[in-house]
Write a protein of this length. Structure first.
Length: 728
């Protein structure tokens, strides 16, 4: 059946659920339609639908290239039966937990067509039925409310023109009270579910007749706009920006914005400061971000004011100490930098791949320990911390673990009143540290300690707000040591040569290959069509690279892509690679298979597994458990925890920061236009240790190379530090 431009509605009975994703509730099922009667395939987000439900589904017909004709559901409603016979069949099929067919028959015989209305609205009347007491009647009513809360929520969302895709998160947040919360306090959702809450809340509030200028709505709109800017990496938002967007997007008069900002400032939700670079303009900060920037500047200034305690060593002393402790011979530049760092209170070390940053960290650790200092090593992510441990032979921790984050209190146990026990703190991959985390971290660093931040500023900025390492360098307030010489034994690496060319804005030395069989350590394969690029990625990942380079396709090869959606996005590529590398059948509630490569998506301090950690599914255990091996540690995920996992055959370039892989495959096409930036290309290239394969077009590569002006993040840290340096 051809696609149609207008959505259509079909009614039928749900006969079979072939697949259900518990994270986003994407479902593939079979529906037996009423008129005409036939069995059709339906797909879409359908939380808690069960076999036997009568559904009214609204959506579009589409043709799937593999599975044929399907009906894509954009909204749906569970339809309860109205006839006495239909009600009895529905209840007898198990619609109420713990109520058997005999009890159902007596209830329906007594109330007839009113049965469902009685159960939902007046369950105490069930005590009129023989064999049902008041306690049983109450239990039946509670079970019905519990099991049909989703149905009521779906009906409420549908009536307000909202997608049923939000139902799962709303049920998780509010349970059976979801409809009551949304009806009586819709803007509560903005605080509880910041990622999706505002559009839901604003739609409901406007549908209920709330005026566009109502103070509750204006404050919610401004909070939403501020959070949008934070999600884009900004620390503050210009006031004129808020006023303009408030008027354009939400029809809020400027006077309403002014009153709301004053109220939010009085409630300490925001901080308003004059913009020193734009007379008459003001900067609006969320309170915690203003506080974090203030802390960073103040703590660094306090550290810089304290004299250095370490002895001044000659270059010969440095070389002798490193040679004796590590059997390493430093280059002239490394010796000089190491010697200079002994005289610094706070310093930054930056440089591209192969320039000796890791060797320098190892040497500094040995030097400071030789001088009697207690050295602490840290990195922003678990992967980066493990890599730092491997290359230095010294224990390294994530910043969160170092600061002893307490998930029960949602606070760090290490702070200015309980500082770290350290004389020297070295942080690797410091370009990944955002403003909030750096603020917490510096509160815990003893003022008399030495702090060395190591990172590559040419890589992508932090996922969170701010760009701390770049601001520190740009402020001129702390010494910056740039390592630029690539070591002789690494100069033959085409990966490193091209990475440095891209870092400097030069075109990489491309060696196009006509056939995948001709791939070298750095290769470019021209493909302009996304579908062809995706098919080639699967071929390389599953057949060519494992055979030619003796690579494990699961553990050694990583696909890095700029985006999540589209034919060469993470979502589609993960489905294709799972089907090719790990074919099998998953049950209706299973999206993982034994042998799947998966990534953990958020810091979990109970399990001690962190955002970006990659593991392999070992088995699907009874009770819906998924067991995952993270480098020898096997962790079990209950069904409600599995939203913290996702397939990881293909991941975003952002998620790869701090990691290295034996081989990477990078799709780079013009459909990625909005994301094509030099730092993204550079970051992806520098993740590969032995092999980098770029699949795409020269035009896309050229766009990325020339785009060295990514969105400038709004931050005050650089000028705060520079101004502090000018104070007497």
């Amino acid at each position: 059946m051809p696609s149609t431009s207008a959505p259509i509605t079909i009614k039928g009975s749900l006969e079979h659920i072939a697949f259900h994703n518990p994270e986003n509730h994407f479902t593939v099922a079979r529906l037996r339609t009423e008129a005409p009667e036939r069995l059709i395939s339906i797909t879409g987000s359908m939380p808690q639908s069960t076999r036997g439900d009568t559904l009214e589904v609204t959506g579009y017909w589409e043709q799937h290239p593999r599975f044929g004709e399907q009906f894509r559901v954009i909204s749906y409603e569970v339809v309860l039966p109205r006839s006495v016979a239909g009600i009895q069949r529905y209840l007898a099929a198990g619609a109420i937990e713990g109520v058997g067919p005999r009890t159902v028959a007596r209830i329906v015989a007594h109330f007839g067509a009113e049965t469902l209305e009685v159960i939902e609205q007046a369950p105490e009347r069930l005590a009129q039925v023989r064999g049902i007491g008041a306690a049983t009647a109450a239990r039946i009513g509670e079970a019905w409310q519990r099991q049909h809360a989703v149905r009521r929520l779906l009906a409420f969302l549908h009536a307000n023109g909202l997608s049923c895709a939000h139902a799962a998160r709303l049920m998780q947040a509010y349970g059976e009270q979801a409809v009551e919360v949304l009806r009586h306090d819709p803007y509560r959702v903005v605080e509880d579910l910041p990622a999706v809450g505002f559009p839901i809340a604003d739609t409901l509030a406007r549908n209920q007749g709330l005026d566009a200028g109502d103070p509750r709505r204006v404050r919610a709109c401004l909070g939403h706009l501020l959070n949008q800017d934070v999600a884009e990496g900004h620390v503050y938002t210009p006031r004129s920006h808020l006023e303009g967007r408030g008027a354009d997007a939400f029809e809020i008069p400027i006077e309403g914005v002014r009153e709301a900002l004053e109220a939010m400032a009085a409630a300490a939700e925001i901080v308003i400061r004059e913009d020193p670079e734009a007379p008459g303009e003001q900067r609006i900060y969320l309170r915690q971000l203003h506080q974090a920037e203030t802390i960073i500047a103040a703590r660094l200034e306090a550290m810089l004011a304290i004299p250095v305690r370490w002895p001044r060593l000659s270059a010969e002393d440095v070389e002798e100490a490193v040679l004796a402790g590590l059997a390493l011979r430093l280059s002239g530049t490394q010796r000089q930098v190491a010697r200079d760092l002994l005289g610094c209170r706070v310093a930054v070390v930056t440089g591209g791949p192969g320039t000796g940053k890791t060797t320098l960290v190892r040497s500094l650790t040995a030097l400071f320990r030789k001088c009697g200092g207690l050295v602490v090593l840290a990195a922003p992510t678990g992967r980066a911390a493990r890599r730092l441990t491997e290359v230095t032979g010294r224990p390294a921790a994530t910043l969160h673990r170092l600061l002893e984050f307490n998930p029960q209190t949602d606070r760090f146990e290490r702070h200015q009143d309980n500082p770290l026990e350290a004389d020297v703190v070295i942080v690797d991959e410091a370009s990944m540290v955002d403003t909030l985390l750096m603020g917490h971290f510096l509160k815990a660093v003893p003022p008399a300690a030495t702090l060395i931040l190591v990172g590559d500023v040419a890589q992508l900025p932090p996922v969170g707000p701010g760009n701390v390492l770049e601001d520190l360098i740009g402020s001129g307030r702390v010494p910056v040591y740039r390592l630029e010489e690539v070591f002789r034994q690494l100069r033959d690496s085409l990966i490193l040569r091209n990475a440095h060319r891209v870092r400097n804005g030069q075109a990489p030395d491309l060696r196009p290959v006509a056939s995948p069989e001709e791939i070298e350590d750095f290769s470019f394969i021209e493909r302009s069509r996304p579908a062809e690029a995706a098919a080639l990625i699967v071929e390389l990942h599953t057949r060519v690279l494992p055979r030619r380079f003796h690579l494990d396709p699961i553990r050694d090869i990583q696909v890095l892509t700029p985006m999540h959606r589209g034919e060469v996005g993470t979502l589609q590529l993960n489905q294709m690679l799972q089907a090719a590398l790990n074919p099998g059948v998953t049950g209706p509630a299973r999206r993982f298979r034994p042998g799947d490569k998966v990534m953990h998506l958020r810091n979990n301090y109970v399990k001690e597994v962190f955002n970006g950690d990659i593991g392999v599914v070992t088995q699907l255990a009874p009770g819906g458990l998924v067991e995952v091996d993270f480098d020898g540690r096997v962790l079990a995920y209950a069904p409600e925890e599995q939203e913290e996992l996702t397939l990881a055959y293909a991941i975003s370039v952002h998620k790869s920061q701090g990691s290295e892989y034996p081989a990477v495959i990078v799709p780079l096409l013009t459909q990625h236009y909005a994301l094509l930036q030099r730092n993204l290309l550079y970051t992806a290239m520098t993740r590969g240790q032995r092999l980098v394969v770029i699949i795409g077009t020269r035009r896309a590569l050229d766009i990325a190379l020339k785009n060295d002006r990514p969105l400038q993040r709004r931050s005050s840290l650089r000028e705060r530090l520079a101004e502090a340096g000018r104070q007497p």
